[in-house]
Design a protein around this ligand. Structure first.
Ligand code: NAP
Length: 198
Protein backbone atom coordinates (compact mmCIF):
# COMPACT_ATOMS: atom_id res chain seq x y z
CA UNK A 1 0.00 0.00 0.00
CA UNK A 2 1.26 3.50 -0.82
CA UNK A 3 1.99 5.73 2.14
CA UNK A 4 -0.31 8.72 2.42
CA UNK A 5 0.88 11.55 4.63
CA UNK A 6 -1.33 14.36 5.87
CA UNK A 7 0.91 17.24 6.90
CA UNK A 8 -0.46 19.89 9.25
CA UNK A 9 1.50 23.14 9.35
CA UNK A 10 2.61 22.30 5.84
CA UNK A 11 3.66 25.85 5.02
CA UNK A 12 5.69 26.69 8.11
CA UNK A 13 9.49 26.50 8.31
CA UNK A 14 9.61 22.73 8.81
CA UNK A 15 6.45 21.98 6.83
CA UNK A 16 7.80 23.62 3.67
CA UNK A 17 10.97 21.55 3.90
CA UNK A 18 8.99 18.36 4.43
CA UNK A 19 7.12 19.21 1.23
CA UNK A 20 10.42 19.77 -0.57
CA UNK A 21 11.56 16.21 0.17
CA UNK A 22 9.05 15.03 -2.48
CA UNK A 23 9.29 11.42 -1.40
CA UNK A 24 8.85 8.77 -4.07
CA UNK A 25 5.94 6.40 -3.49
CA UNK A 26 4.51 8.67 -0.82
CA UNK A 27 1.52 10.91 -1.39
CA UNK A 28 1.90 14.05 0.68
CA UNK A 29 -1.07 16.30 1.41
CA UNK A 30 0.05 19.57 2.98
CA UNK A 31 -2.34 21.99 4.68
CA UNK A 32 -2.11 25.52 5.99
CA UNK A 33 -4.19 26.72 8.91
CA UNK A 34 -6.93 28.15 6.68
CA UNK A 35 -7.60 24.88 4.89
CA UNK A 36 -7.16 22.72 7.99
CA UNK A 37 -7.35 24.31 11.42
CA UNK A 38 -6.05 21.82 13.99
CA UNK A 39 -8.63 23.20 16.44
CA UNK A 40 -11.56 22.25 14.18
CA UNK A 41 -12.85 18.74 14.86
CA UNK A 42 -15.01 18.67 11.72
CA UNK A 43 -12.00 19.40 9.52
CA UNK A 44 -10.07 16.54 11.13
CA UNK A 45 -12.93 14.14 10.44
CA UNK A 46 -13.44 15.32 6.86
CA UNK A 47 -9.76 15.20 5.87
CA UNK A 48 -9.11 11.78 7.41
CA UNK A 49 -12.25 10.34 5.78
CA UNK A 50 -11.33 11.79 2.36
CA UNK A 51 -7.61 11.02 2.34
CA UNK A 52 -7.31 7.93 4.54
CA UNK A 53 -3.79 8.85 5.68
CA UNK A 54 -1.31 6.21 6.82
CA UNK A 55 0.66 8.93 8.65
CA UNK A 56 -0.21 12.35 10.03
CA UNK A 57 2.71 14.69 10.67
CA UNK A 58 1.82 17.56 12.96
CA UNK A 59 4.25 20.38 12.20
CA UNK A 60 1.62 22.97 13.09
CA UNK A 61 1.88 24.96 16.28
CA UNK A 62 1.39 28.30 17.92
CA UNK A 63 5.10 29.21 17.84
CA UNK A 64 5.20 32.85 19.00
CA UNK A 65 7.05 32.19 22.23
CA UNK A 66 6.94 35.73 23.68
CA UNK A 67 3.40 36.50 22.52
CA UNK A 68 2.16 33.30 24.15
CA UNK A 69 2.70 34.92 27.56
CA UNK A 70 -0.27 37.21 26.83
CA UNK A 71 -2.19 34.78 24.58
CA UNK A 72 -2.19 31.79 26.89
CA UNK A 73 -5.63 30.58 25.86
CA UNK A 74 -4.79 30.57 22.14
CA UNK A 75 -1.42 28.88 22.72
CA UNK A 76 -3.10 26.05 24.65
CA UNK A 77 -5.90 25.78 22.11
CA UNK A 78 -3.51 25.22 19.20
CA UNK A 79 -0.70 23.36 20.99
CA UNK A 80 -2.70 21.19 23.40
CA UNK A 81 -6.36 21.00 22.37
CA UNK A 82 -5.41 20.67 18.68
CA UNK A 83 -3.26 17.53 19.17
CA UNK A 84 -6.01 16.06 21.37
CA UNK A 85 -8.52 16.44 18.51
CA UNK A 86 -5.98 14.93 16.13
CA UNK A 87 -5.59 11.91 18.40
CA UNK A 88 -9.34 11.48 18.80
CA UNK A 89 -10.32 11.89 15.16
CA UNK A 90 -7.48 10.13 13.35
CA UNK A 91 -7.80 6.53 12.17
CA UNK A 92 -6.51 4.22 14.89
CA UNK A 93 -4.08 2.45 12.56
CA UNK A 94 -2.61 5.73 11.31
CA UNK A 95 0.89 6.68 12.48
CA UNK A 96 1.16 10.06 14.22
CA UNK A 97 4.38 12.08 14.20
CA UNK A 98 4.17 15.16 16.39
CA UNK A 99 6.74 17.94 16.69
CA UNK A 100 7.55 19.29 20.10
CA UNK A 101 10.29 21.32 21.70
CA UNK A 102 13.12 21.53 24.21
CA UNK A 103 11.02 24.28 25.87
CA UNK A 104 9.28 21.50 27.84
CA UNK A 105 12.41 21.57 30.06
CA UNK A 106 13.53 24.35 32.40
CA UNK A 107 17.00 24.57 30.87
CA UNK A 108 18.78 24.17 34.19
CA UNK A 109 20.46 20.86 33.32
CA UNK A 110 24.16 21.23 32.58
CA UNK A 111 24.36 18.23 30.23
CA UNK A 112 22.23 17.31 27.19
CA UNK A 113 18.60 16.43 27.89
CA UNK A 114 17.32 12.89 27.46
CA UNK A 115 13.73 11.89 26.59
CA UNK A 116 12.87 10.74 30.12
CA UNK A 117 14.27 13.76 31.95
CA UNK A 118 11.78 15.57 34.14
CA UNK A 119 9.84 18.24 32.27
CA UNK A 120 9.41 21.66 33.84
CA UNK A 121 8.47 24.34 31.31
CA UNK A 122 9.11 27.92 32.36
CA UNK A 123 7.04 29.61 29.63
CA UNK A 124 3.44 29.45 28.43
CA UNK A 125 4.66 28.20 25.06
CA UNK A 126 6.62 25.37 26.73
CA UNK A 127 3.68 24.51 29.01
CA UNK A 128 1.26 24.43 26.08
CA UNK A 129 3.58 22.18 24.03
CA UNK A 130 4.01 19.86 27.02
CA UNK A 131 0.22 19.71 27.45
CA UNK A 132 -0.02 18.69 23.78
CA UNK A 133 2.52 15.91 24.30
CA UNK A 134 0.58 14.68 27.33
CA UNK A 135 -2.74 14.63 25.46
CA UNK A 136 -1.23 12.67 22.61
CA UNK A 137 0.59 10.25 24.91
CA UNK A 138 -2.64 9.55 26.77
CA UNK A 139 -4.99 9.28 23.79
CA UNK A 140 -2.55 7.71 21.32
CA UNK A 141 0.38 6.20 23.27
CA UNK A 142 1.84 4.88 20.00
CA UNK A 143 2.46 8.44 18.73
CA UNK A 144 6.00 9.50 17.92
CA UNK A 145 6.94 12.78 19.57
CA UNK A 146 10.03 14.58 18.31
CA UNK A 147 11.42 17.28 20.58
CA UNK A 148 13.52 19.50 18.39
CA UNK A 149 15.28 22.80 19.05
CA UNK A 150 16.66 25.90 17.35
CA UNK A 151 15.56 24.99 13.84
CA UNK A 152 17.44 26.76 11.07
CA UNK A 153 16.94 26.87 7.32
CA UNK A 154 17.88 29.21 4.51
CA UNK A 155 14.50 30.85 3.99
CA UNK A 156 12.76 31.33 7.32
CA UNK A 157 13.16 33.67 10.26
CA UNK A 158 15.45 31.88 12.68
CA UNK A 159 18.44 32.54 14.92
CA UNK A 160 21.00 31.65 12.26
CA UNK A 161 19.52 33.98 9.64
CA UNK A 162 19.16 36.80 12.18
CA UNK A 163 22.86 36.46 13.07
CA UNK A 164 23.90 36.40 9.41
CA UNK A 165 21.83 39.51 8.73
CA UNK A 166 23.26 41.38 11.73
CA UNK A 167 26.81 40.35 10.85
CA UNK A 168 26.35 41.80 7.37
CA UNK A 169 25.11 45.10 8.85
CA UNK A 170 27.32 45.72 11.89
CA UNK A 171 30.99 45.76 12.86
CA UNK A 172 30.32 44.30 16.31
CA UNK A 173 27.51 42.24 17.79
CA UNK A 174 26.43 42.01 21.43
CA UNK A 175 24.86 38.59 22.01
CA UNK A 176 23.88 36.86 25.26
CA UNK A 177 26.38 34.14 26.15
CA UNK A 178 24.41 32.22 28.75
CA UNK A 179 22.05 30.29 26.47
CA UNK A 180 22.93 26.88 25.12
CA UNK A 181 21.10 24.91 22.47
CA UNK A 182 21.44 22.50 19.63
CA UNK A 183 20.89 24.24 16.30
CA UNK A 184 19.05 21.72 14.18
CA UNK A 185 18.84 21.64 10.40
CA UNK A 186 15.15 21.89 9.50
CA UNK A 187 15.94 20.19 6.17
CA UNK A 188 17.65 17.29 7.95
CA UNK A 189 14.74 16.91 10.33
CA UNK A 190 12.29 17.02 7.42
CA UNK A 191 14.11 14.16 5.69
CA UNK A 192 14.23 12.13 8.90
CA UNK A 193 10.51 12.58 9.53
CA UNK A 194 9.60 11.47 6.02
CA UNK A 195 12.10 8.58 6.02
CA UNK A 196 10.41 7.34 9.18
CA UNK A 197 7.20 6.86 7.15
CA UNK A 198 8.66 4.86 4.29
N1 NAP B 1 11.44 26.75 14.95
C1 NAP B 1 12.09 26.23 15.98
O1 NAP B 1 13.23 26.63 16.30
C2 NAP B 1 11.47 25.11 16.77
C3 NAP B 1 12.15 24.66 17.91
C4 NAP B 1 11.59 23.62 18.65
C5 NAP B 1 10.40 23.05 18.25
N2 NAP B 1 9.75 23.51 17.16
C6 NAP B 1 8.49 22.88 16.79
O2 NAP B 1 8.59 22.40 15.47
C7 NAP B 1 7.32 22.51 14.81
C8 NAP B 1 7.49 23.28 13.51
O3 NAP B 1 8.01 24.57 13.81
P1 NAP B 1 8.24 25.67 12.67
O4 NAP B 1 9.47 26.41 13.01
O5 NAP B 1 8.08 25.06 11.33
O6 NAP B 1 6.99 26.62 12.99
P2 NAP B 1 6.35 27.75 12.08
O7 NAP B 1 7.24 28.13 10.97
O8 NAP B 1 5.86 28.81 13.01
O9 NAP B 1 5.11 26.99 11.44
C9 NAP B 1 4.02 26.60 12.22
C10 NAP B 1 2.84 26.43 11.29
O10 NAP B 1 1.71 26.08 12.12
C11 NAP B 1 0.57 26.54 11.45
N3 NAP B 1 -0.53 26.75 12.38
C12 NAP B 1 -0.64 27.69 13.35
N4 NAP B 1 -1.84 27.58 13.95
C13 NAP B 1 -2.50 26.57 13.34
C14 NAP B 1 -3.78 26.00 13.47
N5 NAP B 1 -4.66 26.46 14.38
N6 NAP B 1 -4.13 24.96 12.67
C15 NAP B 1 -3.27 24.50 11.74
N7 NAP B 1 -2.04 25.00 11.53
C16 NAP B 1 -1.66 26.04 12.33
C17 NAP B 1 0.96 27.85 10.79
O11 NAP B 1 0.22 27.92 9.61
P3 NAP B 1 -0.29 29.30 9.01
O12 NAP B 1 0.94 30.00 8.55
O13 NAP B 1 -1.20 28.90 7.91
O14 NAP B 1 -0.98 30.03 10.13
C18 NAP B 1 2.45 27.70 10.53
O15 NAP B 1 2.73 27.54 9.18
C19 NAP B 1 6.37 23.15 15.83
O16 NAP B 1 5.68 22.13 16.51
C20 NAP B 1 7.30 23.84 16.81
O17 NAP B 1 6.72 23.92 18.10
C21 NAP B 1 10.26 24.54 16.41
Amino acid sequence: MHERIVLLGGYGQLGNLIQETQPADIKLYAFNSTDFDICNLDQHKLVYKDLAPTTIINASAYTQVDQAETEQERAFEVNAHGPALLAEASPKDCRIIHLSTDFVFDGEKQTPYKPNDITAPVSIYGASKLAGEEKLSTLRPDSTIIRTAWLYSAESKNFMNTMLMLMAEREELAIVNDQFGTPTSAAGLAWSAVAFCS
